[in-house]
Design a protein around this ligand. Structure first.
Ligand SMILES: CC(C)(COP(=O)(O)OP(=O)(O)OC[C@H]1O[C@@H](n2cnc3c(N)ncnc32)[C@H](O)[C@@H]1OP(=O)(O)O)[C@@H](O)C(=O)NCCC(=O)NCCS
Length: 170
């Protein structure tokens, strides 16, 4: 199993670190809980356990350093085409917002995308200012490749999407 990457992190004057790694089967319950906390508030699309199991290899998690490695955040990189991937389902435990876990997660997904050879990543989001920190820029929905809309057909917001489309070239 690949070693988790340690991400230096400073909080309240104490230096600690998060662990960032690919998701495992045992993480799915916590990932579902975190994602659906925001989904209930209409901030993200809901995910079932089945949806996460089926796409588990897309997901990475941020964990704490404790022996159990509690899941603090999760997010996914989903490949669409030879040079295109989506960053999706990025969510930080609501009790732990603003402490760098979201940044650690997105940086990990961006590293993964570069390693795989992805040329362009996109995100649909309500938090454009957060994603602009990583180089994402806003684009018109109509500028997104048609392939992307395969997934949108299954979305409850199809035809009334109010999320902001953003793209980054890697
Ligand atoms: C958006 C989210 C992932 C950010 O995670 P986080 O761990 O709180 O973010 P970080 O601590 O890494 O923040 C890094 C920086 O981004 C900023 N930031 C965090 N959330 C932000 C937001 N919603 N809008 C704008 N800036 C934001 C922080 O202020 C911080 O800036 P600073 O370093 O200048 O203080 C998290 O709030 C979340 O899970 N939100 C709900 C789900 C969601 O909308 N996910 C995106 C789906 S596409």
């Amino acid at each position: 199993m690949a070693e988790a990457e340690a991400v230096p992190h400073v909080e309240a004057g104490e230096v600690g670190s998060y662990r960032v790694r690919k998701a495992r089967l045992g993480d799915v319950g916590e990932m579902c809980r975190i994602i659906n906390h925001y989904a209930e508030r209409q901030l993200m699309l809901p995910k079932t356990h089945l949806q996460i199991y089926e796409n588990l290899r897309d997901y990475s998690v941020v964990t704490d350093e404790g022996p159990a490695g509690a899941v603090l955040a999760c997010g996914a990189l989903h490949i669409y085409w030879e040079d295109l991937a989506e960053v999706r389902a990025v969510a930080v435990d609501p009790a732990l917002g603003g402490r760098g876990a979201g940044t650690a997660l997105v940086e990990k997904l961006m590293r993964e995308a570069r390693e795989i050879g992805i040329g362009k990543a996109f995100v649909f989001t309500y938090v454009p200012d957060f994603f602009s920190r990583f180089g994402f820029v806003e684009v018109e929905h109509s500028a997104m490749p048609l392939k992307v809309y395969n997934e949108c057909f299954h979305c409850p917001k199809f035809n009334k999407c109010d999320e902001i489309a953003m793209v980054v070239h890697l």
